[in-house]
Design a binder for this molecule. Structure first.
Ligand code: KG4
Ligand code: ZN
Length: 353
């Protein structure tokens, strides 16, 4: 079964062709990230306009680089939520229109739930991908860590799963992005904080790990505020001093120490809850997904912590892509999920699992 996936929930316009949920024939992505950098974050209006311009060329690129035409496509899968309203609408309306005029079954997909399924890709003719030799064994414990989500999910199959816990405030990627802003590193913050942390001392600044009511929940907004207070203190200012003026007063060494101390505690918080879930649910594999899965420290620590295979998608499949959308759709279809109505499939900006 050959599935065309379409993704447009945030600032990436993506389309991909995946065969049987395991072979990636193409992974076309156009990002409007450069357009947002000057604003320090994604501007929804700019993202939506850019999706309108890019979506048809990206779908065509996904088909042509897969060397497929419409006759070869068995189904279309599209992200219907969660995400930015205008952005989701472009992807869903495009997919609905294509499903109607090309007469293909259409499947609306949950973006967050799809992230772990990037790790089910085991083969590709595309160059420069490092893929796992085999698909993860169920039950799969999945840590989904991105700019919008921080969730622990146990999958007994693609359609039989339980959300164990999630962030009660900021997502971990969002905390990376906000800390980057405080210490004056460019957007997107995650990779830049991680890079700055390499030359810093993780023990230089004491930062707290939040307690949460839910056993597997996370909380990162207190940690972000603690970084702000520590930065104000380093600059000899009190809590009333505006955060946007701080970064200019920091030395490179102070920035590195703040980045390293923050990264250390943020990753430790993720490891602790994942370990707790592992001990309770005894999964056969651990899959890490979402943009923060690109984080080097998280990778090292997870691999050290668990005796079962810890699977990370290739870095290029960690961030938003349409391959994961097509990969999850395949498993859902296999499990008996019926297609959606192309005349009525709606978007849902806060779609939950
Ligand atoms: O999954 P993703 O591409 O988009 C969302 O759906 O949110 O994740 C983007 C997030 C951003 O917050 C970015 O700062 C973070 O992933 N990120 C990282 C790293 N690379 C990207 N965070 C920490 N360390 C990294 N190396
Ligand atoms: Zn994502």
């Amino acid at each position: 079964m050959t599935i065309l996936g379409i993704e447009s929930s945030c600032d990436e316009t993506a389309a991909a062709v995946v065969v049987d949920g395991h072979t990636m024939l193409s992974n076309a992505i156009a990002s409007s990230v450069d357009l947002h950098t000057v604003y320090g974050g994604v501007v929804p209006e700019i993202a939506a306009r850019s999706h309108i311009e890019l979506i048809i060329p990206v779908v065509e690129e996904a088909l042509s680089s897969a060397k497929k035409n419409w006759d070869d496509i068995d189904a279309i899968a599209v992200t219907r939520g969660p995400g930015l309203g205008g952005s989701l609408l472009i992807g869903v309306m495009t997919a609905r229109t294509l499903a109607i005029i090309k007469n293909k079954p259409l499947y609306g997909i949950n973006h967050v739930m799809a992230h772990p399924f990037a790790s089910f890709i085991t083969g590709t003719p595309l160059k420069n991908y490092s893929l796992p030799a085999q698909q993860p064994d169920y039950p799969v414990l999945s840590l989904i860590v991105s700019g919008g989500h921080t969730q622990l999910v146990i999958f007994k199959s693609a359609t039989d799963y339980e959300l164990l816990g999630q962030t009660t405030d900021d997502a971990v990627g969002e905390a990376f992005d906000k800390v980057a802003k405080i210490i004056g590193l460019p957007y997107p913050g995650g990779p830049n904080v991680s890079k700055a942390a390499l030359s810093g001392d993780a023990n230089a600044i004491r930062l707290p790990i939040a307690n949460t009511a839910g056993e597997y929940d996370f909380s990162f907004s207190g940690l972000k505020t603690a970084v702000l207070r520590a930065t104000q203190q380093l600059c000899g200012k009190d809590f009333t001093f505006p955060s946007y003026k701080l970064s200019a007063m920091l030395t490179e060494a102070q920035k590195a120490n703040l980045a390293a101390s923050f990264e250390h505690v943020a990753i430790e918080a993720l490891i602790r809850k994942t370990k707790k879930a592992y001990e309770t649910y005894k999964p056969k594999s651990v899959v890490v997904a979402g943009g923060v899965a690109a984080n080097r420290l998280l990778r090292e620590q997870l691999e050290r912590t668990f005796p079962v295979p810890v699977v990370f998608p290739d870095i290029k499949l960690c961030t938003d892509n349409a391959v994961m959308i097509a990969a999850l759709a395949y498993q859902m279809i296999n499990a008996g999920t019926k297609p959606d109505d192309p005349y009525t499939l709606s978007t849902d900006t806060s779609l939950s699992m």
